[in-house]
Design a protein around this ligand. Structure first.
Ligand SMILES: [Zn+2]
Length: 339
């Protein structure tokens, strides 16, 4: 029955009028995937992409005849006003932690899949430990089963009984802290740490070590590209104009100094709507950036050069389940596989 349905429906779905409409809404777009941390057996952390899952996703794409391309190529295609290639996917990875260089990069190389790293340059300079990863570390390591704390006077009582509880607590605290002014964040995070009964170390613990610039240079020689993800990972929309310009200009200047072939495409810290604003888009354009990426889940669709959309390109977080991953790849592929 399943096969008959498949035989009947696939030609209908793939027929020109239906495919044209489907392509208008679902196809003709390229999914750009983003990854964050990898599941690292040496360091217990809440979450992270499992290596077996990443391999399975990449193998699926190879088996189904997808093409891997680089973010640089897609940005060039968009800027030239060319149609986007069909059945093509792009992979990016944010932040610049050591596990991303040692665990993730070799897997992408194994599949000959281009990868673009968006790195927090202050972190690779070994001069800062971003506030949001400090909060992650606090919620992962707190010895208590409940965290009673507050953010800018607002009280929170958060259960920490399970890994999921801890992830949830991290999200709640991130969302609350995002609403506060950037110069208040350091103090707020200290207070949360003290309420959780932990002391934030001066330098990141092993599970939060950034990759070094030497590692980045080695990866670059192997064909992996790097692009800026700000200096400090502070939310751009909370910064005054001078600090905003610093995040945009200094992160590029550092990459340009440290590496041979960085890509001038910006990645907004946290990257949700409201985390960046029109000032940031204008500064990026004026500073010669080619494009910028967000964390809004959607397909990249053709845009006109210099349109604001070029500075808010969407990306899908790599889904944890194979079904969701396939759905992100294309609508028609998803339909075929589910019939
Ligand atoms: Zn980030």
């Amino acid at each position: 029955m399943k096969n008959i349905a498949k035989k009947l429906l696939i030609p209908i779905l793939a027929s020109r009028p239906i495919a044209a409409v489907a392509n208008r809404f679902f196809g003709g777009g390229v999914p750009v995937f983003m990854l964050h941390r990898m599941d690292d057996e040496n360091h217990a952390r809440a979450g992270g992409t499992r290596t077996a899952h990443l391999r399975r996703c990449l193998q699926y794409l190879v088996d189904q005849g997808y093409r891997f391309t680089s973010l640089e190529q897609i940005v060039t295609t968009l800027r030239e006003g060319q149609p986007l290639p069909a059945k093509t996917v792009v992979f990016t990875m944010d932040d610049g932690f050591v596990d991303q260089a040692t665990i993730a990069a070799p897997i992408f190389e194994e599949f000959q899949c281009p990868l673009t790293f968006f790195v927090i340059t202050g972190m690779l300079d070994q001069s800062l430990w971003p506030w949001d990863t400090q909060v992650a570390w606090i919620t992962e390591t707190a010895a208590t089963q409940t965290l009673a704390t507050s953010v800018a006077g607002k009280p929170f009582t958060l259960p920490l009984g399970s890994v999921d509880d801890r992830r949830h607590a991290k999200r709640i605290l991130h969302d609350a802290i995002r609403e506060t002014p950037s110069d208040a964040i350091k103090k707020i995070v200290r207070l949360i740490a003290s309420d959780a009964g932990v002391v934030i170390p001066d330098t990141p613990p092993a599970a939060y070590q950034p990759m070094t610039w030497d590692m980045a240079r080695q990866l670059e020689r192997r064909g992996i590209q790097f692009a800026p993800h700000s200096v400090s990972h502070n939310l751009l929309s909370r910064l005054d104009n001078d600090k905003l310009q610093q995040e945009i200009s200094d992160s590029w200047a550092t990459l340009d100094r440290e590496l041979l072939n960085p890509l001038k495409v910006f990645c907004y810290p946290t990257g949700r709507t409201g985390d960046y604003d029109a000032r940031a888009i204008n500064m990026l354009r004026d500073s010669g950036y080619l494009a910028a990426v967000t964390t809004t889940p959607d397909f990249v669709m053709p845009v006109r050069t210099d349109e604001d959309l070029l500075y808010s390109l969407p990306r899908f977080s790599l889904p944890d389940s194979m079904e969701d991953f396939i759905q992100c790849c294309t609508w028609i592929e998803y339909a075929k596989n589910n019939l």
